[in-house]
Ligand binder design. Structure first.
Ligand code: AP5
Ligand code: MG
Length: 220
């Protein structure tokens, strides 16, 4: 099963991806998390990515597409994957289609998470992530860690992402509307888009997503 998760920054893609990937037994592949892992290891890729991420802009396709492809070729992704944050513009979507077609594969669904902008801003403002693994995500009021500043999963230090400042969030939202939203129409033309509201409790959104994927026959 091959699924793409799309939605504005702060919509809850990473949060939902963790549960959906578990329910569907496929790996969660987040290009944002891959870049952040490179930043913490101080690789060349990490240094390059950081300059774009801190400004709220997309990392160039040349590096992003290669990195995503490498990850999708890992053995755990042989029978499917849940992509979070990739593709993020039409040329990445086309590159993904070409890669899959070359292997005789195709996407099963594109899950579009809808959240009003004022909610997205609240979710981002209170988000805290783990220094050891940026997939461990908390929120100061919606999902508070048991101990202030400490990750429930691995004990790592929680911090606020550098790109979660008000100004950078504004740019990220603009980039989402101008560059990422067009992929929704691109995938609508292929009949792949399943749109759900991502408002409400995390577990209710997961249930809604699973239901919608099954109802529309995208997932057996
Ligand atoms: P990325 O890391 O993908 O960031 P994003 O798309 O901006 O999305 P976020 O991670 O901010 O939000 P999310 O939807 O995952 O929400 P979350 O689950 O954390 O990308 C970062 C940067 O990397 C980009 O700006 C770009 O520079 C670069 N990049 C990445 N991919 C790229 C690509 N393909 N091409 C080029 N550049 C790329 O939830 C948010 C908060 O809300 C959390 O605190 C959570 O606890 C809380 N929350 C979640 N669900 C709920 C709920 N139902 N109710 C209440 N609170 C909730
Ligand atoms: Mg995320």
């Amino acid at each position: 099963m091959r699924i793409v998760l799309v939605g504005p920054p702060g919509a809850g893609k990473g949060t939902q991806a963790a549960f959906l990937a578990q329910n569907l037994s496929i790996p969660h592949i987040s290009t944002g998390d891959l870049f952040r892992a490179n930043i913490s290891k101080q690789t060349e890729l990490g240094k390059l990515a950081k300059s774009y991420m801190d400004a709220g802009n997309l990392v160039p396709d040349e590096v992003t597409i290669g990195m995503a492809k490498d990850r999708m070729e890992q053995p755990d992704a042989e029978n499917g994957f849940l992509l979070d944050g990739f593709p993020r513009n039409v040329s990445q979507a086309e590159a993904l289609d070409e890669t899959l077609q070359a292997e005789g594969m195709q996407l099963d669904a594109v899950l579009d998470l809808e959240v009003p902008e004022e909610e997205v801003v609240k979710r981002i403002a209170g988000r805290r992530i783990c220094r050891q693994d940026s997939a461990h995500v908390f929120h100061v009021s919606y999902k508070a860690p048991k101990q202030d500043g400490v990750c429930d999963v691995c004990g790592g230090e929680l911090y606020q992402r550098d790109d979660d400042s008000e100004e950078t969030v504004r740019t990220r939202l603009e980039v989402y509307h101008t560059q990422t939203e067009p992929i929704i129409d691109y995938y609508k033309a292929q009949g792949l888009v399943v749109t759900i509201s991502a408002l409400g409790k995390v577990e209710d959104v997961t249930a809604r997503a699973m239901e919608a994927l099954k109802r529309e026959d995208h997932v057996a």
